[in-house]
Ligand binder design. Structure first.
Ligand code: FES
Length: 334
């Protein structure tokens, strides 16, 4: 789970870019102040978009030993008009700002065995863990699920490195991951580390709880998660402050409100700490709760949301008349 970090920003030069799967681009960076990178670490990046800046977190997929060269991999969100498109537009020689490597997803060395689970772009958060476990001679399995072979980044490299410790699942080939079977097959005392779409992580969390497994042995990284629905633009209103803002498909309510000068509380900005929670007063559409802060029971009445990650989407029941199309969520802030 997220810790508070003191972030130090620095410049980094783009050294190389390469497509590694459908809509996934590897971006190799040379930071000004290199720092060794541990498995599970990420960097926050300031992405210039339309005269503004979005902050995005990306796992470090691999790095040289002293961190002089580090690689990110960025999934281009289909609905994106901002962050991921700007990242895909980077070319060698471009400069961008990023933090030192930050750790929210540490690998605990010494467990009797490990299951590493990646859904889609989530491989970026666990690939370095798998490489370290291999070097340590640990007992591990790397389970990698994706829609199709074309959408699977680094599949060849991972197969070469991990051999039969790598297990792949492809929806398009009828070998989709059976979460129940996966969790049922987790050896006693094993730790499971996962990163992927929220549906996948939610299913694993449920299966884990149903089997009564130790919750501290289940660890996850959330920022690669997509929601239950595709992101789409919507409107957020705060009547008490007379604010109405449009939330783009590639930004959060938190970012949209900050852009409008609304003072917001936040810390993790990835749906874990709950600091950014706001009260929902009215909703045209439905909520796509993308946080892991609330329980399912707390999410059900749609009375609160973590506005750093959760979004509103249309549900086909009509939208607020008189304004731009799309869902509308009316909130109050603390
Ligand atoms: S800032 Fe932590 S959940 Fe939103």
């Amino acid at each position: 789970m997220a810790e508070s970090h003191t972030r130090t920003w620095q410049r980094a030069r783009v050294h190389a870019v390469e497509d590694v799967a459908e809509n996934i681009r590897r971006i190799v960076l040379h930071p000004e102040r290199p720092h060794p990178v541990r498995p599970g670490e990420h960097v926050d990046v300031r992405v210039p978009v339309d005269g503004g800046v979005l902050e995005r977190s990306y796992s470090v997929v691999d790095a040289s030993s002293q961190g002089t060269e580090l690689a990110l991999s960025v999934f281009r969100t289909p609905a994106s008009r901002g962050g991921s498109i700007a990242m895909h537009a980077l070319r060698p020689g471009d400069v961008l700002e990023l933090t030192q490597p930050l750790q929210d997803f540490p690998l605990r060395v010494g467990a009797p065995s490990y299951v590493l689970l990646a859904g889609g772009i989530g491989i970026t958060a666990v690939a370095a863990m798998a490489a370290l476990l291999r070097r340590l001679g640990a007992d591990y399995r790397l389970v990698y699920a994706a829609r199709s072979r074309a959408a699977m980044a680094y599949a060849g490299e991972l197969a070469a490195l991990h051999g039969d410790r790598l297990e792949t699942h492809l929806d398009a080939e009828g070998t989709a991951l059976d979460v129940g079977a996966l969790v049922a097959g987790v050896p006693d005392g094993a730790e499971l580390y996962m990163c992927g779409p929220i549906r996948l992580m939610d299913a694993v969390r449920r299966a884990w709880a149903e089997r009564g497994l130790d919750p501290t042995n289940l660890r996850y990284e959330t920022f690669g998660s997509s929601g239950w629905f595709d992101a789409e633009p919507f409107t957020v209103r705060i009547p008490r402050l007379g604010v109405e803002a449009r939330v783009g498909a590639d930004e959060s309510v938190l970012e949209a409100l900050e852009r409008r000068g609304v003072e917001m509380m936040s810390d993790c900005r990835r749906g874990e700490c709950g600091l950014c929670q706001v009260r929902i007063l009215d909703l045209h559409g439905r909520m796509d709760h993308r946080d892991v802060f609330y329980s399912d029971r707390q999410k059900a009445p749609d009375s609160r949301m973590c506005c750093c990650v959760s979004r509103a989407v249309t549900d086909g029941s009509g939208t607020d008349p008189g304004v731009r199309p799309g869902a509308v969520v009316t909130i109050d802030v603390p």
